[in-house]
Design a protein. Structure first.
Length: 309
């Protein structure tokens, strides 16, 4: 019994290390540092919990985003600006993410407001975003896509990479996240992050919500909850968004647009990170430690150890 308690505690500590799950193979905020993301659901605030599943009506409008200054020392000790990023790694289909990533949102120079009673400080900016918010809108015959929202520390040496100046409301494809973080010197570790799933399948109500790891009955069989999803061929070209590539990308974006939105539903070019394993997430709205099944091999070893003893 005592050994079981030790193993359980060890597993819990190992499974709550980062967000999004390390097995996804994408940049992750260490120490499970969550970004507070709040959408409006019929006029009522809806705070996103890790790995929730939504219909596309829930995240239709730009959310309020805040850093949890009261909960994380790394956030509380930082007084500078932030860069906000939102990407879709599953475009155009989770089973064939050949257009990874689609850039849904990019805002630099985000500053924090005074800490609110709930312990968060909202990220605000009065200037136009470099890339305005685009609602999730996967193809209607696609399983749910993942949407990852990052906040990066915008340190004093930050310079927006010239190669990415061409991204805007109509040019969102071929966004190389790894190259952007490297060239901007933001680094591979975000200050905080949050991710969720959204489905635009015909049978899924737009106001649908489900807890972490949920799927709509009879749908989303191809939802990616383990690793980054199928591999894609890394881009052999630079991430430069010139005026000519802008026109080509805009055409691609418009050709894959959903009827419910005027912008693209496809994602950008591949990034170089990869990962394996399982990362089905579980969330708690009570403030308890959130865990995800991202350490299958570790769990198997521990189970074997218990059986041997």
């Amino acid at each position: 019994m005592f050994l079981n308690l030790i193993v359980s505690s060890f597993i819990a500590s190992r499974l709550a290390l980062a967000i999004p799950p390390p097995d996804f193979g994408f940049p992750e905020a260490p120490n499970h540092t969550e970004l507070s993301v709040t959408y409006q659901d019929n006029g009522n605030p809806l705070i996103v919990t890790e790995a929730e599943l939504f219909g596309v009506g829930i995240p239709a409008q730009e959310p309020a985003v805040a850093v949890e200054t009261a909960n994380y020392d790394s956030i509380a000790a930082y007084n500078g600006s932030y860069v906000l990023l939102m990407v879709d790694p599953d475009a155009r289909y989770p089973s064939n993410p050949s257009l990874r990533f689609l850039l849904h949102w990019l805002q630099t120079d985000m500053t924090t407001t005074a800490e609110s009673p709930d312990g968060t400080s909202q990220l605000v900016n009065s200037t136009a975003p470099r890339v305005p918010y685009l609602r999730p809108s996967p193809p209607t015959d696609s399983a749910a896509h993942r949407y990852i929202i990052y906040a990066f520390f915008q340190h004093e040496n930050f310079t927006f990479p010239q190669a990415f100046e061409g991204y805007d409301a109509t040019n969102r494809t071929n966004f190389n996240l790894t190259a952007f973080l490297d060239e901007s010197k933001l680094g591979p570790r975000p200050a905080a992050a949050m991710y969720y799933f959204a489905s635009n399948q015909t049978q899924v109500p737009q106001d649908y919500t489900a807890a972490a790891g949920g799927t709509y009955p009879g749908g989303n069989d191809g939802i990616i909850t383990a690793g980054p999803g199928p591999s894609i061929t890394p881009s052999t070209t630079s991430a430069t968004a010139t005026s000519s590539s802008t026109a080509a990308s805009t055409s691609t974006a418009r050709s894959t647009a959903s009827a419910s939105t005027s912008a693209s539903t496809s994602g950008g070019a591949s990034q170089t990170a990869s990962g394996t394993g399982s990362a089905a997430s579980a969330s708690s709205t009570s403030g308890a430690v959130k865990t995800f099944a991202g350490s299958g091999s570790l769990l198997a070893c521990l189970i074997s150890l218990l059986n041997f003893i």
